[in-house]
Ligand binder design. Structure first.
Ligand code: PLP
Length: 410
């Protein structure tokens, strides 16, 4: 799926015309793929990145411990998240752990976490020898509500870790209010949503500590890398002390840092394009969902509900009908849609099945379970297309494949 080839809009156009007829055969039935060259690659070719790499070479910064690049990216992170301090590190995963350490999460403490989240977040809590306390998520935000979090608070609760996932946005205004009321540290994982607007403010600005990733598939990428940002000088200091093993144990390099500033600059424009295409996709998928009452096969889980909520679309999220699919049928859908040249996947596995020695669960985690079994996601690169017919074709193929497989199943 991660083909290095980057499809031109030209290719999408050519093939979209050929298969626009309603009765075009699906790839799963040996028809031609909607996008025979596969999904667009990531990162995209970018002259500015090439110029930045050349500049890092020319200045010699590429081979230094402390050049100008890291400080520059730290300023980008501060600006994006509206936090006063930032520290770069080697990955989003380690950034989550640094955030937990910075929040003084210690052995025996409890950290509240969604039952459906990035797998590493559970492990990072365990790395601090703290106990993950799992709460359910809402289907319209893909994150726990403040009420769900509130029901999990005990005197042992040290931190709340909340992620914006798959085009969803956590209800940060309420969650931040709750954390403040209870004097619990709030860690906001914005790895999937840099530049998103949540309750009228940037993603990453609500948490006491915010986490970003610059991993190779992410919206801002240096291949690897991550960051924390916070208004608390003490938190940055604690993260620094934890990472200091004589030198920085989890560093980002100057060479990695070199490619990021120009991406921060184009982020808002790219986010707007992704939001526009996500809205088109949601509209196309919703018509079928609302017309078919209970016989729908797939529904969008998208929350671009107002100007105060503008999601980041690292992934675009959908749900298969839980009564018309099982695990096998979901895998079949994923394969059949990928065969069309669409970057489609199952969602996270979630933590619902984790043993009670490793975590505590609040309630039945029904939605987290639903997402882990029936959630499916579209990877973001195609959402930058300027060819609206590509989005129409994707919606069409998703609907036809899922309907065909749902029918077989029932
Ligand atoms: C990708 C991701 C991370 C981890 O980032 P890496 O840089 O891949 O280690 C953490 N949280 C979320 C929500 C992510 O999507």
């Amino acid at each position: 799926m991660n083909k290095p080839t980057v499809n031109s809009e030209h290719n999408f156009e050519r093939h979209s015309e050929r298969h626009s007829e309603q009765d075009a055969e699906l790839a799963m039935n040996d028809g031609p793929a909607a996008f025979p060259d596969g999904p667009p690659g990531w990162p995209l070719p970018n002259e500015e990145i090439l110029a930045s790499l050349n500049a890092a070479y020319a200045s010699g910064d590429w081979g230094k411990y402390h050049g100008e690049g890291i400080a520059k990216v730290e300023r980008c992170v501060q600006k994006l998240t509206q936090q006063e301090h930032a520290r770069l590190c080697s990955s989003g995963t380690i950034a989550v752990e640094l955030a937990l350490r910075a929040a003084q999460v210690e052995p025996g403490d409890e950290v509240i976490l969604a039952g459906y989240d990035f797998p590493g977040n559970f492990r990072s809590i365990e790395a601090c020898k703290a106990l993950p306390v799992l709460v359910d998520v809402e289907l319209d935000t893909l994150a726990p509500s403040a009420a769900m979090i509130q029901s999990a608070i005990t005197p042992q609760t040290k931190a709340i870790l909340v992620s914006h996932l798959h085009g969803g946005l956590a209800a940060m205004e309420q969650v931040a209010g709750l954390a403040k009321e209870n004097r619990i540290m709030l860690i906001e994982d914005a790895c999937q949503a840099p530049g998103a607007i949540v309750d009228g403010q940037p993603a990453g600005s609500w948490g006491d500590i915010c986490v970003l990733s610059f991993g190779g598939s992410k919206l801002l990428t240096a291949g690897r890398g991550g960051a924390i940002a916070t208004n608390h000088a003490g938190c940055i200091q604690r993260a620094k002390i934890f990472a200091d093993r004589g030198n920085d144990a989890f560093p980002m390099s100057e060479l990695q840092a070199a490619v990021l500033p120009c991406q921060f600059e184009s982020l808002a424009k790219q986010n707007a394009q992704r939001q526009k295409n996500a809205a088109l996709l949601t509209a196309a998928l919703s018509t079928a969902f609302s017309n078919e009452q209970n016989s729908w096969a797939i529904r969008p889980l998208d929350r671009a509900d107002s100007s105060s909520n503008l999601p980041g679309y690292y992934k675009y999220s959908m749900l298969l009908h839980p009564e018309r699919f099982d695990a096998g049928a979901r895998a079949e859908c994923v394969n059949a849609i990928r065969a069309e040249g669409i970057a489609f996947d199952a969602g996270f596995r979630g933590f619902v099945r984790r043993g009670s020695r490793r975590c505590r669960k609040i309630g039945d985690l029904a939605n987290a379970q639903l997402l882990s079994e029936f959630g499916v996601i579209l990877h973001h690169p195609i959402l930058l297309t300027e060819n609206e017919s590509s989005i129409a074709i994707i919606a069409d193929r998703i609907l036809r494949v899922t309907n065909a497989i749902a029918r077989q199943a029932s």
